[in-house]
Design a protein around this ligand. Structure first.
Ligand SMILES: NC(=O)c1ccc[n+]([C@@H]2O[C@H](COP(=O)([O-])OP(=O)(O)OC[C@H]3O[C@@H](n4cnc5c(N)ncnc54)[C@H](OP(=O)(O)O)[C@@H]3O)[C@@H](O)[C@H]2O)c1
Length: 288
């Protein structure tokens, strides 16, 4: 598999921030991901309080998978308060020194010579496009970063960086319960400028919150499960992937069954009317 798989596996809860998988369990999960057609893993320096990249790197080395077959994504920029840091205020840091140090650490932790995709984790008003351009150029020349992108950036913020860098990806929050970027122009901008989109929390708050909107979605979704012979999460994924920006969902589950069912969600061809019926349920008012 040379390209990014249609589903990316998110590692945020693999370690200290969730399932606390040990090396054996992580290795098995990585191998199982490849068996079902997932070759791409989403990281950030901060995941697990700066510990998950290291555990993943160790586990990947133990696996039977060769590095060239996999895609590693990681992010930098958030200065997160935890045992391994001594910040008093959570903040975003995009100085050249920080980006270089953080990426070098990620390379070391992931036990790899290169990152397939490096993302700036969140936009900052203090970010200097010239600094970013210099660092990314250096990394690309050295072969340490293959592609570059951003995360949680709006279209103006992407535009600012696009004058200096080739932004290939924007990783954003996108789901039926949080579809704001479908309506504020960001996804239109991304199609126009050929910026690829990855969606984090693609299932949104559906399994996390019991609120009126999720109750309405559940009611509308039930007959669709029967119609498309699909699970709730497959319908939720099919809803975002119908968007013409060709969204790549980052699935956070550590269950191989759920990851497999996510891959299979691409078989669903949701009708336009069903798509709008779910949007209407989410909004709580008739489509105008
Ligand atoms: N760039 C950013 O700022 C940013 C922010 C947040 C996350 N991310 C990335 O996005 C990835 C995914 O985020 P996410 O974890 O919020 O995504 P998600 O895939 O929408 O949610 C995963 C959660 O939903 C649960 N779930 C899935 N199917 C379920 C079902 N049928 N019934 C009940 N619960 C179900 C999973 O539980 P189980 O684990 O038990 O299956 C897991 O807790 C992260 O790992 C990270 O890589 C990026």
């Amino acid at each position: 598999m040379k390209n990014y798989s249609k589903i990316v596996s998110g590692t945020m809860t693999w370690g200290d921030w969730g399932k606390n998988l040990n090396v054996k369990e992580m290795t098995k999960l990585i191998e199982n991901c490849f068996e079902i057609g997932i070759n791409c893993f989403d990281h950030a320096d901060i995941y697990g309080g700066y510990t998950t990249e290291f555990s993943f790197g160790k586990s990947f080395k133990e696996s039977q998978i060769s590095r060239e077959k996999a895609k590693f994504i990681t992010k930098c920029g958030i200065q997160y308060i935890c045992e391994k840091s001594n910040y008093k205020v959570k903040h975003y840091e995009y100085s050249k020194k920080h980006i270089i140090d953080s990426t070098e650490k990620s390379l070391k932790n992931l036990k790899t010579d290169y990152i397939d995709l490096l993302l700036l984790h969140r936009p900052s008003p203090l970010l200097n496009p010239d600094d970013i351009a210099e660092v990314i150029e250096k990394f690309k020349k050295e072969g340490k970063v293959i592609s570059f992108g951003v995360s949680n950036f709006n279209s103006n913020q992407v535009d600012l960086l696009s004058t200096k860098n080739l932004i290939e990806w924007n990783q954003i929050e996108c789901s039926l319960t949080e579809p704001k970027y479908m309506f504020d122009g960001l996804l239109d901008y991304s199609i126009k400028n050929k910026i690829k989109i990855m969606a984090w929390s693609p299932l949104g708050s559906y399994f996390k919150l019991k609120n009126k909107a999720n109750y309405r979605i559940k009611k509308t979704l039930q007959p669709l499960m029967e119609k498309y012979q699909a699970s709730e999460s497959q319908i939720l994924l099919a809803w975002i992937t119908k968007h013409p920006s060709k969204i790549t969902p980052i699935v956070g589950s550590t269950s191989i069954e759920r990851l497999k069912s996510s891959v299979n969600s691409f078989k669903i061809e949701m009708s336009t009317e069903d798509w709008f019926s779910l949007l209407e349920a989410r909004n709580g008012f008739k489509i105008p």
